[in-house]
Design a protein around this ligand. Structure first.
Ligand code: ATP
Ligand code: MG
Length: 635
């Protein structure tokens, strides 16, 4: 039970009505070198500064602080089913590795405030590099290792790193992906050149070194084996890192985060939302290249004194039981994944969910995309643990809407992530009048009224104007932060996210959310996954087009079976939503175009259907998915 709060409603109210007291209390969850002078400075909206005057350090809170009580407890568990390796580090070992890495970065010229770009697979060195940056006050910018040269080049250009930390390669489904040639090409494409490149050699792919610029991790580490690098005490408002959004809707934005507010936000979320305690194990299946990886692979669990698992590999290799075997082996108590991953598992034998002892697991948190009811039920029944949907963004750094069961157990409702988290003043506004919609189930844009809580983005990196113009000026007459997501709130105050504001279909004047139609289609037992987009139509304005992955892949190549399933799916939509929502066509494909973070690229599908250029595709997972759709559309 948090503080003197008696219920979540009370806890929430205090966070909004007495934010200074509320957050001062949360700030005690972390160590400060100098305590803050002022809790919140909101004198220059929409910019918010948290814990002004305080000095602290993320690495100190994640590592050093635990040495006193748990030096020999496990801090980091790195599992790769790609290279068949498993390595664990205690807090003491992690402390030593991070200091070595910090010393290497310093030797390469990195100073406080310099940027270090980290382009790495899921190996321990990636976590060492992030924590080492935090330790010396360098700003890290982790770029997802699955990106190729062009995406990487634009991020090098934007972040202007003094040093880049990378590796010879990654591996996916047993196939080695050499990183070094991609990195060299990206540096060639970028007008900014790093001073040095630090390379972890896994022995996966050959590497050409650029003399004078490139340095090998292992020999350099040897030189700094006994390094002692103290934590730099940073101002609470000093930048800890920048990270790019997933790029689902367009050009990725460089989200900039502070130090003290972020540390407090994570510590508070570990307590009130995830309920993870020191000595336990946290397993997030995300990647360090995404915000979930920053908050809930690296910093959040470690700040809470938990062991954290970094996993390199697929959820279905060597078989679909791999994650659950790790839960059993490491007694995972809290797990975090994404609906897209659960949908992958859903195509496999559900017996895998029952094969291992999951008694340690208290909950599975899912975020990143709407969690449809069939998927949620399937995994909840299979695992027998609570499934907690949580809604947030790269921009927020931690959940915005979910259930804070660490404060008071709340009832989950399928289809809804829950209620606004403490500190978030969430409202639903009419998209064009800006009027607040207060009646239950009125659909509008989900917005946040400032000041935004600790952990929230400070600004767009080096572009305050883009921050203000993109996020705070989209609703007429109101200075509120737009999430660019549609939502409704029911009579109990639960929110439902209906999709992105650019994902609405207007069929003959009826405005339909793509999510509603997708949910209906995916409730058909023959459908594993589906994307619905609105396509321009001379008669109706727009019509809905559906592209679905059938459970039985034979349907894709079998015209008769496809026609039958298409008819059945249409009938189902008619029954559930009415004929107006019925897609003009339901086409079957073996895979859907997604971003590297597993989100549907509806924007690109729509462009292809309308015969337009698909736009910025640097974040696409597999271009072949779009080719399948192109081929179908041409028929
Ligand atoms: P970009 O902003 O660059 O287009 P993106 O919005 O996909 O990319 P992220 O910050 O990774 O980048 O994703 C946040 C978005 O993901 C949210 O705005 C929302 O659309 C969606 N989302 C996240 N969690 C949920 C959830 N639990 N339910 C529904 N939607 C979710
Ligand atoms: Mg976004």
């Amino acid at each position: 039970m948090a503080g003197s709060a008696t219920s979540y409603a009370e806890f929430y109210r205090r966070s909004i009505e007495q934010p200074q007291e509320f957050w001062a209390e949360q700030a005690r969850l972390i160590d400060w070198q100098t305590p803050p002078r002022q809790v919140c400075d909101d004198s220059r909206p929409p910019f918010t500064r948290w814990f002004v005057g305080g000095t602290t350090n993320l690495c100190h809170n994640a590592v050093d602080r635990h040495l006193k009580d748990r030096a020999s407890q496990t801090a980091l568990i790195c599992v790769s089913t790609e290279t068949d390796t498993e390595k664990t580090y205690t807090f003491a070992e992690l402390h030593a590795e991070v200091q070595r890495t910090a010393a290497m970065l310093q030797a390469l010229g990195v100073r406080r405030g310099d940027r270090v770009l980290i382009y790495m697979p899921m190996i321990p060195e990636a976590a060492f590099a992030m924590l080492a940056c935090a330790r010396i006050g360098a700003i890290h910018s982790v770029v997802f290792g699955g990106f190729a040269s062009v995406s990487l080049a634009s991020r090098i250009e934007d972040a202007q790193p003094k040093v880049i930390v990378s590796a010879d390669g990654g591996s996916r489904a047993g196939k080695v992906i050499p990183y070094k040639p991609l990195l060299d090409e990206a540096v060639r494409l970028s007008s900014h050149k790093p001073q040095a490149v630090l390379l972890a050699d896994r022995g996966l792919a050959p590497m050409d070194r650029v003399p004078g610029r490139d340095h090998d991790w292992a020999p350099m580490r040897e030189k700094h084996l006994h390094a002692q690098v103290p934590c730099a005490w940073l101002d609470s408002t000093e930048i800890s890192y920048t990270i790019y959004t997933s790029g689902t809707t367009g050009r990725p934005k460089g989200v900039q985060r502070d130090t003290g507010g972020y540390a407090v936000a994570l510590a508070a979320s570990m307590k009130h939302i995830f309920e993870g305690s020191a000595g336990e194990t946290y397993f997030s299946t995300s990647d360090i290249g995404w915000v979930v990886g920053h908050s809930y692979i690296v910093y959040g669990p470690l700040i809470a004194g938990m062991a954290t698992i970094m996993y390199e590999g697929l959820p279905i290799r060597p078989d679909a039981g791999i994650w659950w075997s790790l839960v059993e082996k490491y007694k995972v108590t809290v797990m975090f994944s994404a609906p897209t991953a659960v949908r992958v598992l859903k195509k496999q034998d559900p017996a895998f969910l029952k094969k291992y002892d999951l008694s340690s697991l208290r909950g599975l948190f899912l975020a990143g995309e709407p969690l449809d009811e069939p998927t949620a039920r399937w995994i909840a029944d299979g695992l027998g643990v609570p499934i907690v949907d949580n809604y947030w963004q790269t921009e927020s750094g931690w959940p915005m809407i979910t259930l804070a069961n660490g404060v008071e157990p709340q009832r989950a409702k399928f289809g809804s992530p829950g209620v606004p988290m403490y500190g978030y003043k969430i409202k639903i506004l009419h998209e064009s009048t800006g009027e607040e919609l207060t009646k239950p189930n009125e659909k509008g844009v989900v917005v946040i009224e400032g000041p935004t809580p600790p952990g929230f983005m400070q600004t767009v990196w080096r572009d305050d104007e883009r921050f203000v113009n993109t996020y705070w000026k989209s609703i007429p007459g109101k200075q509120v932060y737009s999430t660019f997501d549609w939502g409704i709130r029911d009579e109990d105050g639960y929110y439902y996210i209906l999709g992105r504001t650019d994902d609405v279909i207007n069929v003959a004047g009826h405005r339909l959310g793509t999510r509603e139609i997708e949910e209906s289609i995916s409730s058909h037992p023959g459908v594993a996954e589906v994307a619905v987009v609105g396509v321009a139509d001379p008669m109706k304005g727009q019509v809905a087009m559906a592209f679905a992955v059938p459970k039985d892949s034979a349907v894709v190549g079998d015209a008769n079976a496809a026609m039958k399933l298409e008819g059945d799916v249409m009938k189902l939509v008619d029954q559930q939503l009415g004929a107006v929502a019925r897609p003009a066509r339901v086409r079957f494909v073996t895979l859907l175009p997604k971003t590297r973070s597993g989100k549907l690229l509806r924007r690109a599908i729509q462009a292809v259907c309308e015969g337009r250029d698909a736009g910025d595709l640097t974040t696409i997972e597999d271009p072949a998915a779009l080719e399948q759709i192109k081929a179908l559309v041409k028929q």
